[in-house]
Design a protein around this ligand. Structure first.
Ligand code: UGA
Length: 422
């Protein structure tokens, strides 16, 4: 198929490159000339394991451009993959969705063939039907269901494992009221051996939010129980091993620690909460998940306080990224920990294998170590913030280690080792 991907961010780039690998002809559209040039030079604009190799191998099937109109006119389907940033009240800002929907409308005004539009951006239920479709119709003068069709096809890609996740989906969610759009998605994803969920467009949009919010609630539940376990001298990981073996519960996403970060869970839970409130409902569980998550860094720092004053203390932060395998620091727990420690006058030495450059833009004044070993050497006490594998076999030189991410091997060389929920 000939496919245009509108938005060359994380979702658009991974989706576009992986669809090209399946021999579809893909055009990635973005307003950022730098991203376009990079893709055309066979360099993905984001870091994701395996992506560069696919782009190099299948470059003949991918081009990138800033010309949205041309890309839409020359393709059969467009995926909308633009960002949906948070507003102050947690609700999402649809300005990019609105802008590209209007432009797609203008492009298909000049097209004679049917055009399919699939929304991959995470949007609140109703966005495709109430915003995207009307804007396309108004700007094209064409009729939905006849000249064009729209639907929702949410992504479930984890950062750092996105290529793997693309090829090994747990399920593919296809939401549309238009049979032609459903058929397009069936053909597009036909090779995957996984359940297909065909549903209303707004149901598909809701599935994405409810999945992320459930995982976030699971993590906050593990953290709340983990805090109790810690106070009672119980290892919460042993508890959840026993709990997760119940097939109705499942073992994954019970890793207690500093809490969830990244560009998805915090933002999506807030958006779902805001949606509930806007409908006059009290989102009690969503609220609780956010509160537990916000409190974890402070619980962590309170463990540090038991080992002496923070003011003037040399404190090593191991890991800055919101999780290992990425340079992304959006909503990373390192930000909350560093902010709190600096406000109490700590002297921070930070290390991360990938995320130092972005962290430095937020915290230019702190010292950055070149290696994890240097961070350990220059600190009195070490805080593990991200579970990078290289922290497993590090020599902690008999120092105090407070662990927010379960690097148990640190016990071997630490003078004193303590975990946040174990
Ligand atoms: C998440 C979902 O896992 C993807 O399915 C989804 O597609 C994506 O959001 C999205 O909406 O685009 P991601 O944000 O990349 O993916 O990261 P996760 O691996 O899910 O981790 C999120 C956060 O939860 C991290 O800070 C991680 O450290 C934390 N976490 C995860 C825990 O604290 N405990 C756990 O047991 C699992």
């Amino acid at each position: 198929m000939k496919i245009s991907i509108i938005g060359g961010g994380y979702v658009g780039t991974v989706t576009g490159i992986c669809l090209a690998e399946m021999n579809h002809e893909v055009t990635i559209v973005d307003i950022d000339r730098k991203k376009i040039d990079l893709i055309n030079q066979k360099v993905p604009p984001i870091y994701e394991p395996g992506l560069k190799e696919i782009l190099e191998r299948h470059h003949g099937f991918i081009k990138a451009t800033t010309d949205l109109m041309k890309a839409v006119k020359e393709t059969e389907i467009s995926f909308i993959c633009v960002g949906t940033p948070s507003r102050d009240d947690g609700s999402i800002d649809l300005r990019y969705i609105e802008s590209v929907s209007a432009q797609i409308g203008l492009a298909i005004k000049e097209k004679h063939e049917y055009h399919g539009v699939l929304v991959k951006s995470t949007v609140i239920p109703g966005t495709c039907d109430d915003v995207v479709t009307p804007l396309i119709a108004r700007n094209s003068g064409k009729s939905p269901g006849i000249d064009f069709g729209a639907g929702s096809n949410p992504e479930f890609l984890r950062e750092g494992r996105a290529v793997y996740d693309f090829h090994h989906p747990d399920r593919i969610v296809m939401g549309s009221e238009d049979p032609r759009i459903l058929q397009t998605m069936r053909e597009l994803y036909g090779k995957f051996d996984c359940p297909y969920v065909e549903c209303q467009t707004k149901t598909a949009e809701m599935i994405k939010y409810v999945s992320n919010a459930f995982l976030a609630i699971k993590i906050s539940y593990a953290n709340e129980i983990g805090n109790m376990c810690k106070a009672m001298g119980i290892d919460s990981y042993d508890v959840f091993k026993g709990v997760g073996l119940d097939q109705r519960i499942g073992p994954l996403f019970f890793n207690a620690g500093l809490g969830f970060g990244g560009s998805c869970f915090p933002k999506d839970v807030k958006a779902l909460k805001s949606l509930a409130e806007s409908r006059g409902q009290m989102p009690l569980l969503l609220n609780a998940a956010l509160i537990v998550n916000e409190q974890q860094p402070e619980k962590f720092i309170s463990l540090l306080r038991r080992h002496g004053p923070i003011k003037g203390r040399k404190i090593g932060l191991l890991g800055l990224a919101f999780k290992p395998g990425t340079d992304d620091i959006r909503e990373a727990k390192s930000i909350e920990v560093a902010t709190s420690l600096l406000s109490e006058g700590a002297d921070i030495v930070a290390y991360d294998p990938l995320a130092v450059d972005s962290f430095r833009t937020l915290f230019p004044g702190i010292h950055y170590a070149q290696t994890a070993g240097e961070a350990v050497e220059k600190s009195d006490v070490i805080l593990i913030i991200t579970e990078w594998p290289e922290f497993e076999n590090l020599d902690y030189r008999g120092k105090t280690v407070i662990d927010g991410r379960r690097i148990l091997k640190a016990k071997k060389t630490a003078g004193h080792y303590e975990g946040i929920c174990w």
